[in-house]
Design a protein around this ligand. Structure first.
Ligand SMILES: [Zn+2]
Ligand SMILES: [Zn+2]
Length: 163
């Protein structure tokens, strides 16, 4: 997933569901974003992270924190003529800081409730419920009141009462 980079190049779209993907190429026909990569393990999206995806929160925090970190170092040594750092050290710093931020968020920041996500899940379950109920009615040959409590009911009791 190359979300950050791609998202900047594609101002038309900002979430996976915006896109019309040509699955032959994996690219969105409208914005050209690549949907061929793996799903993000944190938010389940493919081309764009969801707004509150932990991965994107860590990336943004890390970028800002590194700027602040080097600002302090540079201010302490005004006589420095350049800002060289070996790639190895830079990478190790990045990885360590990334892990520290991710762990800190996980330990200390309460998870946000995404109401839209909950609504989407409820809507999906609702659709599945009515589909299952229709299939049940077809199988029994009787109408079943979808508003009643079905938990613990037996098929016989449904037929007796509804028929
Ligand atoms: Zn798109
Ligand atoms: Zn994500």
């Amino acid at each position: 997933m190359k979300t950050t980079q791609l998202a900047h190049n594609a101002p038309q779209h900002s979430k996976d569901s915006d896109c019309t993907v040509d699955w032959n190429t994996g690219l969105c026909k409208v914005c050209g974003v690549d949907h061929g990569g793996d799903l993000c393990p944190d938010c389940g999206q493919r081309a764009f992270h969801s707004n509150n995806c932990p991965a994107i929160l860590v990336e943004c925090t890390l970028a800002e924190a590194q700027v602040a970190f080097w600002k302090v170092v540079i201010e302490k040594f005004p006589e420095a003529s350049n800002g060289d750092l070996s790639p190895d050290t830079a990478v190790r710093l990045s990885i360590a800081a990334h892990e520290a931020i991710a762990e800190w968020i996980k330990t200390n920041v309460p998870e946000k409730v995404d109401a839209q996500d909950l609504l989407d899940r409820a809507a999906l379950l609702q659709t599945q419920y009515w589909d299952a109920l229709s299939a049940l009615e077809d199988a029994l040959g009787v109408d079943v009141d979808g508003q009643q409590e079905l938990l613990g009911r037996t098929v016989d009791s449904l037929i007796t009462i509804e028929a």
